[in-house]
Design a protein around this ligand. Structure first.
Ligand code: NAP
Length: 242
């Protein structure tokens, strides 16, 4: 890493994204912190990053809105190219397929896949020109095993795993590495209403994971130690899927 390298993390006002932003700041990166609407939460994360002596630029935009992505990112990308991009923003709209309104299908795929495309297509080419960069996509066990009630979410995350591998092959010659981190059940707003006791019976480590445990995997994939790892899915799931 050279001095003042930047890490762009989407969906970083809360949960896993916030932990990744703080962890990469601890590793010495300045942070471009994207989120959708929760300004107060984002300001708090920015405060933690600035307390670490790193810069934090807040970039509120909806990753699934192409014109919003363009408006927010094109100007800063003219000045600087992030070394790290973490595509973390994601939503779930659970329900059985039979009852699923079309907007719940579209919204989940749009945030996960369109969001990945709009942000990554702007950043990856610049990384290739610089012949350096790391892209990490946050997927899910649900996209590997399939989860009933999550046909939309499983499809979105399985799609993102495919995109990770294809892009890894496209950009490898430019020394840009692309990987995915696949969390199982992690303590965040997304999982707070799940039946925890029932779920823990399925988890060999008998607990939910922490956001910091996911962030550690991301930090590893962005480190010099991971320089020969690309196109991989790193599971952080307490053994729930092997
Ligand atoms: P979370 O607590 O619900 O936080 C979601 C974050 O994404 C927030 O920062 C939110 O911003 C942002 N966001 C949502 N929609 C967005 C959009 N359209 N544009 C930009 N930002 C958007 O979620 P989490 O549990 O930390 O999950 C983070 C990632 O890990 C997701 O991709 C999720 O699918 C994946 N994951 C989570 C788990 C788990 O157990 N929690 C397991 C596997 C995978 P605002 O605060 O402004 O709303």
């Amino acid at each position: 890493m050279s001095q003042m390298d930047i890490a762009l993390i989407t969906g970083a006002s809360r949960g896993i994204g916030a932990a990744i932003a703080v962890r990469l700041a601890e590793e010495g990166y300045d942070i471009w912190l994207n989120y959708r609407s929760r300004h107060d939460a984002a300001e708090q994360v920015a405060g933690r990053i600035r307390d670490l002596g790193r810069e934090c630029t807040l970039l509120p935009f909806d990753v699934s809105d192409e014109s919003a992505v363009k408006e927010a990112l094109d100007a800063p990308l003219k000045e600087q190219t992030p070394y790290i991009l973490v595509n973390n923003s994601g939503i779930n709209r659970d329900g059985l397929l039979f009852w699923m309104p079309p907007e719940n299908w579209k919204d989940v795929l749009n945030v996960s896949l369109d969001g990945f495309f709009y942000v990554t297509s702007r950043v990856a080419g610049l990384m290739m020109q610089k012949k350096r960069g790391r892209i990490v996509n946050i997927v899910s066990t649900s996209g590997q095993t399939g989860m009933p009630g999550q046909v939309n979410y499983s499809a979105a995350k399985a799609g993102l795993i495919g995109a990770t591998k294809a892009l890894a092959k496209e950009v490898a010659r430019s020394r840009v590495l692309v990987n995915a981190v696949s969390p199982g059940f992690i303590e965040t707003d997304m999982t707070k209403d799940l039946p925890k006791a029932e779920i823990l019976k399925m988890v060999p480590l008998r607990r939910f994971g922490t956001c910091e445990e996911v962030a550690a995997a991301v930090a590893f994939l962005c480190s010099d130690e991971a320089s020969y790892i690309t196109g991989q899915v790193l599971n952080v799931n307490g053994g729930v899927h092997m």
